[in-house]
Structures are given as C-alpha cells and as structure tokens.
Design a binder for this molecule. Structure first.
Ligand SMILES: O=C(O)C(=O)Cc1ccccc1
Length: 310
C-alpha cells in the first residue's frame, strides 16, 4: 500500500492539500487509498520518504503572501535528492478557534503555524486585545493545544476545529485577501510526470564565488527564453555566508530548451540539483512556455542525414 507523509496532525492545510491530490486524476499513482502518516515538520515528512518509510510526502511549498516555505526548501536542498511530482493549491482562510465559552477578551495565547501567524497578525492585533501570538508546528497542532488547554486560541482551517471539538470565534480571517499556498507531492527520484505543455521545473544550484557567476547562470536561461516563476537564495549552512539559489522555471525537462538549459547550467554551477518537472496546478499561472524550436531540431537532423539545402 502507498504511504504518504504530510505535515499533520489531521486538519492542517497540508491535510486538505493531500485530499486534493487524492482526488486529482492526473496523479497516476494510486494515492486514493494511500495511508496518510502525519509528520511534525516538512523535514520530518521528507526524512520518512528518504528512509523508505513513506512513498511520498505532501508539504507546503510557496505562499502567495509569505513567499517560499523555507523549511521545505531547505529540506529539499540537502540530503538524498528527492523529486517533486505534482502540485496543488489551497485558498488560505483561517478560523479563529477556541474552546466553547471562550470570549475574545479571554484569549491571552493564540498559537499557530508561523505562516498562519504572518497572515492573521493584524486581525489579532485589532480584535483580540489581550492576545500574544506564539508559533507551533502546524495550525492543527495549535488546535490540539487549545483543546488540551495549553493555548486559548488558534488560527487554523475550520476542519481543525471540527476534529478537536473547538468553536469559531471568527471565520474567513486573512490580513491579505485571496492568499493561496502551493503544496507539492515529493517522492524518491523517478521518471518525471510526462510533459503536459504547462509544466514547472525546479532546480537548486550553488555558484563559484566569482564576479558574474549568478548573471552567467541566469543568462543560460534568458538566452533560451525560459520564464522564471520563483527565485530565491538560502544559506548553505555548510560554509558561513554562502548561498544556494532556488529557481522554478516554466517548462519540462522534456522541452528541448529546458533540457539544453539544464546542461548549460550544470557547467556554470558548482552543484546543480534537479528537483523535478511537473504540471502546474493553475493554468492561469502557467507562464510563457519555452520555444519548442522544432524547426531547428528538424534542420539539424536533416543535416545529420545528409539532407537540406541551406
Ligand atoms: O499548519 C498548517 O496547516 C499547514 O499546512 C502549513 C500552512 C500554514 C499556513 C498556511 C499554509 C500552510
């Protein structure tokens, strides 16, 4: 049976994302009846996959308000290479959940996930006069802590309240409306999901400490008209003040221009980690696909066969 580790416990946004993956017909693996194993962090979920104790991990990847989910990116950057096979998106709105009978004035500790904390801070400041925000491993962990009495409130999906016997003090809370989080399904290296024409590819690379090295690396993408959708740098944590660059680009390793760019990047970088190619969740964000240059490929093949005039 397929096992999927996810940032738990039940009721997290990641749990909701896993339900989406289960229902997604594009995901070929039989996720529908997979066993779900809650983990305490993205790192722990990915470690279960590396150790062979889970086949996949479902983890948050990027938030439209708060940006890259660093604990996930950092865990993907080191250790045995893993690969992203799919993504899904969840609208992020929060319920403020309390034990029955708790009033806004009673809330002195609101405990939730750091990404959630960043998205309700203003609302909490304006509506819970005595509250201090503390962070914990997930929104649903916050809900469990409220149920156990070690915190007074959490900002979490409504379902975390249903699971833990809590009631909403407020619903549909978000400092910035329309926030979404992208979640990814990660497994051990395997052939990527077939090219759909609306794909993303993710790489992480380290650069030699030389003038121009970042520009030269990115030029390999720009000269091939490859569209970037996310770029960031994170400390290597090996050598002080050295960085790894995380790049998402539009296209699939089976797009000739992307394949060529990956080979060129390999020469420009000190380390290059391929994290997979997978279909985008939302076609509205598909970006500009790389040129297919089918004519050039046909021209070259013609020359190799001894054909062609020009
Ligand atoms: O804690 C959760 O529920 C998560 O899945 C992480 C998270 C928290 C806030 C927004 C998106 C993801």
């Amino acid at each position: 049976m397929v096992t999927v580790a996810y940032l738990g416990p039940p009721g997290t946004f990641t749990d909701a994302a896993l339900h989406r993956f289960r229902a997604d017909a594009r995901i070929t693996d039989p996720l529908a009846d997979a066993r779900a194993v809650p983990a305490g962090s993205p790192d722990e979920a990915l470690a279960l996959v590396r150790a062979g104790d889970a086949d996949y991990a479902c983890v948050p990847f990027e938030n439209s308000v708060d940006g890259t989910v660093n604990p996930t990116s950092d865990a993907l950057a080191v250790g045995d290479r893993l690969q992203i096979f799919a993504e899904t998106q969840i609208d992020v709105v929060f319920s403020i959940l309390v034990r029955p009978g708790t009033t806004a004035e009673d809330v002195t500790v609101l405990r939730t996930h750091p990404v959630a904390a960043a998205q309700v801070r203003r609302w909490v400041g304006e509506n819970l006069p005595n509250a201090r925000i503390e962070t914990t491993s997930s929104t649903a962990a916050g809900a469990e802590e409220v149920a156990a009495g070690s915190a007074d409130a959490t900002a979490a999906p409504a379902r975390a309240g249903e699971i833990n016997g809590l009631v909403p003090l407020a619903e549909n809370i978000a400092d910035v409306g329309g926030a979404r989080t992208r979640f990814v399904l990660v497994g051990r290296p395997a052939p990527p999901t077939p090219r759909t024409g609306h794909d993303r590819t993710c790489v992480i690379f380290g650069l030699p400490h030389q003038p121009n090295s970042l520009v030269q690396a990115l030029t390999e993408l720009s000269i091939r008209d490859i569209d970037l959708t996310r770029i960031g740098s994170r400390p290597t944590r090996v050598e002080r003040f050295t960085y790894l660059f995380h790049v998402d680009l539009v296209g699939h390793i089976d797009d000739p221009m992307v394949a060529e760019a990956l080979v060129a990047l390999r020469h420009r970088t000190e380390s290059l980690r391929y994290l997979g190619s997978w279909p985008v969740a939302d076609l509205a964000e598909a970006g500009s696909p790389p040129p297919d240059r089918a004519d050039e490929t046909a021209w070259l093949e013609g020359l190799r066969r001894g054909e062609g005039a020009g």
